[in-house]
Unconditional design. Structure first.
Length: 323
């Protein structure tokens, strides 16, 4: 089984905060993802100039694809970067994780950067300068990109690019892939609600959402949203933070409790949950077991800063999965 991902190719620059006053000063709603221009990006970097920072290749879909690759699942990634330090860093990271690159590299645009503020409770707030990533268009996609893959994973941050998503899901379905959508962020869902409600029943096979995203889409609580989504897709997953996650396929519904751990930074939690869950499905595990694998990965990545766990941690997780 092979998994192809498509998303904004971004490098994460993460900074820890003692309180949320800075977010108010920078006009960034806590927990949101705000698209910013280059001037705003520079102002954010100036605001964190004296703070300890962490750099990691990121972007929601890329985090999921990297997680699957670390679990020895064959993967590929479609995205767009600039021919600069951050673009080179991003490409090298894909290569290091043995992810097949379908990157488009442009000479005249800066690579995308997600400036990420991590609150004391682990909540992340993003100021995202898309840069070259925003230039990914429907014309960049070819039928050949989808050949040989079994799953197509899309990050919800892309859904505001309607033409791109329409062509991608059409090509994926034509090639016989299972289409997976992760909702991404509540404010993106709010802005794209009509489009999401249009494509989910016809094109999406597996959907991931957290309770805020589910509420933004359907205006009901998490469990009710799960029931509604499960009528339109093969598998619906609604995550409820530190409580755990609901999963439903047809009449089968399970709840998987979250791990009780010390949360430092929730960056990558949903992405690694998706990686673990899809890994479970690929390995023919039950919904409950797949949810537990997703929960294991998510529960470990939130104990570090950033979306990337080191080799030692992955070795430990792989050993645990082999038991």
């Amino acid at each position: 089984m092979k998994v192809l991902g498509m998303g904004n190719a971004l490098v994460d620059v993460l900074a820890l905060k003692d309180n949320d006053i800075l977010l108010e000063e920078l006009e960034l709603p806590k927990g949101s993802m705000q698209l910013i221009d280059e001037v705003k990006k520079e102002s954010l970097h100036l605001a964190i100039a004296d703070r300890e920072k962490f750099v990691a290749s990121g972007g929601s879909a890329s985090n999921t694809i990297n997680g699957l690759a670390r679990l020895d699942i064959a993967t590929g990634f479609i995205g767009r970067v600039g021919k600069d330090f951050y673009g080179t860093y991003y490409k090298h990271d894909l290569d290091k994780c043995k992810v097949t690159s379908h990157l488009i590299i442009t000479d005249d645009e800066a690579s995308g950067i997600a400036t990420t503020f991590v609150s004391k409770d682990g909540q992340r707030t993003f100021g995202t300068f898309l840069g070259a990533a925003a230039g990914l268009t429907a014309e960049d996609l070819n039928e050949s990109d989808f050949v040989g893959y079994d799953y197509f994973y899309i990050e919800g941050y892309l859904v505001q690019n309607l033409d791109l998503i329409r062509k991608a899901i059409t090509l994926a379905k034509k090639a016989g892939l299972t289409v997976v959508l992760d909702m991404a962020s509540y404010n993106v869902v709010e802005a794209s609600r009509d489009f999401l409600l249009e494509i989910i029943p016809d094109y999406i096979d597996i959907i991931f959402a957290n309770e805020d995203e589910a509420k933004a889409l359907l205006n009901v609580d998490a469990e009710a949203a799960l029931d509604m989504l499960a009528k339109d897709v093969e598998i619906a997953i609604v995550k409820v933070g530190e409580k755990g996650s609901w999963i439903k396929r047809g009449d089968e519904k399970v709840f998987v409790p979250a791990l009780k751990v010390n949360c430092i930074d929730t960056t990558g939690a949903g992405d690694l949950y998706a990686a673990g869950f899809l890994y479970g499905l690929i390995k023919n595990q039950t919904l409950a077991e797949s949810g537990k694998i997703g929960t294991l990965l998510a529960g470990n990545v939130i104990q570090i800063v950033g979306p990337k766990m080191d080799d030692a941690k992955w070795d430990e997780l792989i050993a645990e999965l082999a038991k």
